[in-house]
Design a protein around this ligand. Structure first.
Ligand code: PGA
Length: 249
């Protein structure tokens, strides 16, 4: 096994107002003293710089950006702009962006490239919808997501990425993948990376689980050999549950 960084990231989605974001940030500052888990939060755009200025023990990421440097793209935000206000991470390929905003494999590939050029860590999300798992085709589906948007990178570049496996049927539903389902997909992802690159590369990349991960199931999920942490939605909006997840390592 490689010496992988453990990580817990909170995807706030389109939640919290300015005051709530400030309170949560302060509570995380007070509650986070452990050094060996990398913690990050992904606030809504209006609060990214505020949270980045106040965060002491955790990194800031963005939920979205547009993969062009500058220009006439009304309503969009570039990766260099978010870097400018303190972001270090970017979610790419979240299922809500794929399904609600029609982000395609090739568009996600551009986002991965733009993020790496800017020196921002891509947190690349993949995962199958319910019908696909029901048909027993989840491995082929996830492999295709990786092949189309990530496996064009060279070894050095892919080692700068974090992967989050988030089965779509588990996101925000209260249904969590079992430890067997999570470990099975995480080890498949790692072996595809080993095939495409090499084992050392595969062993160095953190693969997080996401999808109704909470304070009661995190310990079990994080004990899987190929699960290196979590991408947390609902349970990251309250400091007690988010801190409990982080401390379940
Ligand atoms: P959830 O969301 O934890 O609320 O299921 C996870 C995510 O969408 O990243």
């Amino acid at each position: 096994m490689g010496n992988r960084q453990k990580m817990v990231f909170g995807n706030w989605k389109m939640n919290l107002n300015k005051k709530e974001a400030e309170i949560l940030c302060n509570e995380l500052n007070d509650g986070l003293a452990i050094a060996d888990v990398k913690v990050g939060v992904f606030p809504s755009f209006p609060y990214v710089s505020q949270v980045a200025e106040n965060a002491n023990h955790f990194s800031i990421g963005v939920q979205n950006f547009y993969p062009q440097e500058t220009g006439a793209f009304t309503g969009e935000v570039s990766i260099t702009q978010v870097k400018d206000v303190g972001a270090e991470l970017a979610l790419i390929g979240h299922s809500e962006r794929r399904s609600i905003f029609n982000e395609t494999h090739s568009f996600l590939k551009k986002k991965v490239d733009a993020s790496l050029v800017a020196g921002i860590t891509p947190v690349f999300c993949c995962g199958e919808p319910f019908e696909v798992r029901n048909a027993g085709e989840e491995r082929a589906y996830v492999l295709q997501q990786l092949e189309e948007s990530l496996f064009h990178l060279d070894k050095r570049a892919i080692q700068k990425c974090v992967i989050a496996y988030e089965p779509v049927w588990a996101i925000g539903t209260g249904l969590t993948a079992s430890t067997e389902q999570a470990e099975d997909m995480h080890s498949a992802i790692r072996s595809w990376i080993a095939n495409q690159y090499d084992q050392e590369c595969a062993d160095s990349i953190s693969i997080l689980y996401g999808g109704s991960c909470n304070a009661s199931n995190a310990k079990e999920l994080f004990s899987c050999p190929n699960v290196d942490g979590g991408l947390i939605g609902g349970a990251s909006l309250k400091s007690d549950s988010f801190l409990a997840i982080i401390h379940s390592f």
